[in-house]
Design a protein around this ligand. Structure first.
Ligand SMILES: Nc1ncnc2c1ncn2[C@@H]1O[C@H](COP(=O)(O)OP(=O)(O)OP(=O)(O)O)[C@@H](O)[C@H]1O
Ligand SMILES: [Mg+2]
Length: 263
């Protein structure tokens, strides 16, 4: 898997009077986990939305393997290998766990359907291939087989999060944007997610990890970038970030669960 380098240059996104991303420059390299951390509302999800093309930047450049992709529609960015997970798991109602994972391959479904109309046997073969791919992906994220045909929407939260990760595998994306993949998970589930994230980078993919779980971030990341009010206030190795005074002041010093200052 070559390439998959993302470069953000002086990127800015405003929502009315709010500057959600403020002149952000950041490089995300293949083979590495780059964490993007910062307080609630710092602009982390907005940064992901700019890279996927869900939102358009007001200023700046988004370069993927050196090519400017600002003007590419979402499906073309997906086809180029950029994939994401959502802060809240996106589970399609009425579909099984397996079908929910198969949805990950949706990006080229149009061509498959056309092929299938010409040659129905091909569609069947494709479906079988896709199903096998989805089963392998579910095995990779350690979802038990007994759940594959159950309704995705009825599954425990940890399994819904695992479905999100399995979709990335089915999409065969080289660039992964993960929006708080461990949020709401217990210790052992979080450890699985951490191992998954590290393994994807080790096989040569690029990973941008947005996550509030600092133990996990410090453990899996090669580099960490810190956002505060949309601005990059620091970047460096986990050790550098841990001891950076402005990061401690803006983020690490404050316990997320404990921000109530109304007393
Ligand atoms: N679609 C939108 N319309 C208007 N304002 C928005 C929109 N999306 C985000 N914002 C604002 O932009 C800022 C950044 O939000 P964003 O969701 O990117 O933060 P975040 O770092 O992901 O926070 P969290 O850790 O809570 O998920 C916030 O002030 C938010 O209210
Ligand atoms: Mg967010």
């Amino acid at each position: 898997m070559n390439g998959n380098t993302l470069e953000l240059r002086d990127l800015t996104k405003r929502f009315g009077g709010v500057t959600a991303i403020d002149n952000l420059s950041l490089t995300v390299e293949p083979g590495q986990v780059t964490a993007l951390i910062g307080p609630n509302g710092a602009g982390k999800t907005t940064a992901i939305n700019l890279v996927t093309g869900f939102l358009a930047a007001n200023q700046g450049d988004i370069l993927f393997d050196g090519a400017r992709i600002n003007d590419l529609p979402m499906h073309e960015r997906a086809a180029a290998g950029i994939a994401r997970t959502y802060q809240t798991p996106q589970i399609a109602p009425g579909l099984s766990v397996l079908e929910n994972v198969m949805l990950g391959a949706h990006k080229d479904g149009r061509f498959r359907l056309l092929d299938g109309l010409m040659r129905p046997g091909l569609l069947m073969q494709e479906q079988i291939r896709l199903r096998q791919l989805a089963e392998a992906a579910l095995e990779l994220v350690q979802v038990e087989q007994k759940f594959y045909l159950r309704q995705g929407a009825d599954m425990a939260y940890g399994i819904q999060r695992a479905i999100e990760l399995a979709r990335l595998i089915v999409q065969k994306a080289g660039f992964l944007l993960l929006d708080e993949p461990a949020a709401g998970l217990n210790h052992s589930e979080t450890a699985h997610v951490a191992a998954f994230v590290r393994a994807r980078a080790d096989e040569g993919r690029a990973v941008l990890l947005v996550e509030h779980d600092m133990d996990m971030v410090m453990q899996v990341s090669d580099r960490i970038a810190v956002l505060n009010f949309g601005r990059l206030i620091a970047q460096g190795t986990p050790d550098e970030i841990r001891s950076n005074p402005s990061v401690i002041e803006a983020y690490l010093g404050v316990d997320d669960e404990d921000e109530d200052t109304t007393a």
